[in-house]
Design a protein around this ligand. Structure first.
Ligand code: NAD
Length: 266
């Protein structure tokens, strides 16, 4: 794309999981707008198709596949779509993830397994499958999604925070393995970001949130930010764009934080 310089992704191919909603959706649209062909995976196939359609309608190149990232064969199939459709894979953004709320004494084994499978194994499978393409290619950028929850212990978030800490350490360990073959591996660690994800612990059995409770939660989050703000999905998508591009060519093994400063005061 003319004028984007080192941020130009023309000719690159990017795969994004969690592309039906929130940060993954915004990342897919941002990478496509920067010139990348994008391959979109989500367990919500209709949602991923909607993101694909918006990108294609806007003149971009995109395909979508229903993908449950907890299933390694489905993740491999998603990446095969990248090489089949577009001939290569330059960027793998492992964005899909879920929240989990509850004190340690109350967490069921089923919940523990569910969250580990989505938030850690899904990212691991994405890294593994990407390395199998990028290794022989000798280049690529893998971008994972951790969370500000790794910075400060908060009661009721132990399972979520532990899976996100695991993502951060996986990222750094893989960066050591992948560097010598030309592959960069980084993670973003979003702070509070306005997507469907937020306020999960405030939802009732029907998934509804009392607007007054949400407002007071948002105020609490803004008060914990030196900027007095919370992020939106584009703030995270722009970091993913940076990490996908040559602007970050010597950035690897890093944890990048867009969180309106929450992690320095919280
Ligand atoms: N929003 C925040 O405040 C925040 C803060 C820190 C980290 N994060 C992380 O950012 C990532 C994206 O979250 P978001 O805010 O965009 O939430 P979101 O709920 O808007 O989007 C998450 C997407 O992941 C998909 N998904 C869930 N399980 C899946 C699976 N097994 N296979 C494939 N897709 C699956 C969902 O269908 C959804 O489209 C998550 O990893 C989340 O933990 C979010």
């Amino acid at each position: 794309m003319e004028g984007l310089g080192v941020f130009d992704l023309s000719g690159r191919v990017a795969c994004v999981t969690g592309a039906a909603s929130g940060i993954g959706e915004a990342a897919a649209e941002t990478l496509a707008a920067a010139g990348a062909a994008v391959v979109l995976g989500d367990i919500d196939g209709d949602g991923a198709d909607r993101t694909r359609d918006r990108i294609v309608d806007g003149g971009g190149r995109a395909v979508s596949r229903v993908t449950d990232t907890t299933q390694s064969d489905q993740v491999s199939a998603l990446l095969a779509a990248a090489t089949d459709e577009f001939g290569r894979l330059d960027v793998m953004a492992n964005v899909a993830g879920v929240g989990s709320y509850g004190d340690v004494v109350d967490v069921t084994e089923a919940e523990l397994d569910r969250v580990l499978a989505i938030n850690f194994k899904g990212v691991f499978f994405g890294c593994q499958a990407a390395m199998r393409v990028m290794g022989p290619q000798g280049s690529g950028s893998i971008i994972n999604v951790s969370a500000t929850a790794i910075n400060t212990p908060v009661g009721g978030l132990s399972v979520y925070a532990a899976t996100k800490a695991a993502v951060a350490m996986l990222t750094q360990s893989l960066a050591v393995e992948a560097g010598p073959i030309g592959v960069r591996v980084n993670t973003i660690a979003p702070g509070f970001t306005l997507t469907n994800f937020v306020g999960g612990h405030l939802r009732d059995a029907e998934g509804q949130v009392d607007p007054a409770e949400m407002d007071s939660y948002l105020k609490l989050m803004r008060d914990r930010s030196p900027l007095g703000e919370v992020c939106d999905a584009s703030d995270q998508a722009n970091l993913i764009w940076f990490l996908a591009s040559d602007a970050s060519r010597y950035v690897t093994g890093q944890i990048l934080r867009a969180n309106a400063g929450q992690s320095i005061t919280w």
